[in-house]
Write a protein that binds this ligand. Structure first.
Ligand SMILES: NC(=O)c1ccc[n+]([C@@H]2O[C@H](COP(=O)([O-])OP(=O)(O)OC[C@H]3O[C@@H](n4cnc5c(N)ncnc54)[C@H](O)[C@@H]3O)[C@@H](O)[C@H]2O)c1
Length: 391
């Protein structure tokens, strides 16, 4: 009887509420209440996708399920896969499959208003510039181009034509990372002192991929740099990094597989990052922010949260963490696609802005220089076109 006094009124007498953190319940709630305000009333976009390798396949799997998109072209340089792709994705004959040498068909087709780019990095600049010249909005896998000059040219082209150029920094759309950023920005950990980001890739990418990846700083580290600046809402003024090539094949192509970096920000916050091309135990993705009021962490996620722990004579065993980026960031890829469609169809402001992408590219270049020369490098942003407020 000691706790009966806490019973309170019947639960039927008050309106139920749920935590906003349960974003999947919000989606369900909108579905069950047919909340039209969350749906696009716009005509579906007509799309072409370039490149159907690792990244392109992730986007294709979202595109074919999305009623906001009509897919008209697939452009890829492995035509031997075309029949199989059509069968597997149950694509109608209206979807035209062509090789990149015939890509002019896409640019000339006035029905196509959106282009998705998942082809190798060295092809991005050409596809972006041609798509924009043909008045199409572009969703481009990171990085937008191989270097800052070409990235600038892409954004200038988009600006002069009034077209959208979206850089697919998928991690920003991960619910856990986004939740952490919002809580940090609300001041829950106070004045941030240290941000720690770990990104260790799995599985090991092929050497053929690495040869055309633009190098680990532009291929991988850009994510960690973007994450650090986005969470803190500022750009670093000092960059230090060190890198090794411990895998002989990576050394042979003059790239690195192991990196540690330090970024110092104007607020005094320090970001510490470690990055590896190959983690044997899965795709290790963690983020931690420490401030004068507390600490907040995003730990690795696992495919089966509810059956996490096995206890035996060997001690505790947990189910493995996600193996790779398609599974760990599945929701992030779906959400970044929805965001892109919201920009194109509803005029929602783009979250990954041109100056942020350019700043990340500059920091990655400087970080690589620091690793190669062993120098600490200060960055002067005064000549860059950087708005005072970071989104
Ligand atoms: N955001 C992420 O999580 C993420 C993950 C992986 C890769 N990426 C990016 O995606 C891009 C592709 O990487 P990937 O790992 O999918 O490469 P990949 O090698 O697996 O696939 C590339 C595909 O593009 C095709 N291709 C080559 N040239 C082409 C052209 N000119 N036009 C159309 N298709 C062409 C190839 O035939 C191949 O099918 C890179 O820029 C990479 O940085 C992003």
């Amino acid at each position: 009887m000691a706790t009966k006094k806490f019973a309170g009124p019947s639960p039927y007498t008050f309106k139920p509420s749920y935590p906003v953190e349960d974003y999947l319940h919000t989606e369900y709630f909108n579905n069950v209440t047919t909340n039209h305000s969350t749906k696009s009333q716009a005509k579906p976009v007509v799309a072409a996708i370039f490149g159907l390798g690792r990244a392109g396949s992730i986007h294709l799997s979202s595109i074919v399920r999305n009623p906001r998109i009509v897919l008209k072209y697939i452009v890829d340089d492995r035509p031997e896969n075309f029949d199989n792709l059509r069968k597997y994705w149950d694509l109608s004959d209206d979807v035209v499959m062509i090789m990149s040498k015939d890509a002019d068909r896409v640019y000339k087709d006035k029905d196509v208003n959106v282009v998705f780019i998942g082809s190798p990095t060295y092809t991005h600049h050409d596809i972006v510039v041609k798509s924009i010249a043909a008045n199409k909005d572009v969703f481009c896998e990171k990085p937008i181009a191989e270097n800052i000059e070409d990235t600038k040219k892409c954004y200038e082209a988009a600006k002069s034509k009034g077209r959208v150029l979206f850089a697919a920094f998928n991690r920003r759309f991960d619910p856990a990372y986004r939740g952490l950023k919002e809580r940090v920005r609300k001041g829950e950990v106070g004045h941030v002192q240290i941000l720690k980001v770990t990104a260790r890739d799995s599985p090991l990418p092929s050497i053929d991929y690495l040869k055309t990846s633009g190098g680990v700083f532009h291929d991988c580290l850009v994510h960690d740099i973007d994450m650090s600046c986005w969470v803190l809402g500022e750009l670093p003024i000092r960059v230090q990094s060190t890198a090794s090539a411990l895998i002989p094949e990576v050394k042979e192509i003059d790239d690195f597989d192991t990196i540690a970096f330090l970024l110092t920000f104007p607020s005094g916050a320090v970001a510490i990052g470690d990055n590896s091309r190959f983690s044997t135990y899965g795709y290790d993705q963690r983020l931690e922010v420490f401030g004068n009021r507390g600490m907040i962490k995003v730990e690795n996620e696992r495919p089966c949260h509810s059956t996490e722990t096995l206890v035996g004579h060997e001690g505790l065993k947990q189910t493995p963490i996600y193996y790779s980026f398609p599974s760990r960031y599945r929701l992030a890829y779906i959400r970044e696609l929805e965001h892109f469609l919201d920009i194109v169809q509803k005029g929602v402001p783009m979250e990954v802005t041109s100056w942020q992408t350019l700043a990340v590219s500059k920091i990655a270049t400087v970080a690589e220089e620091s690793a190669r020369t062993g120098r600490t490098i200060d960055i002067d942003w005064s000549k860059d076109d950087i708005p005072a407020v970071y989104s």
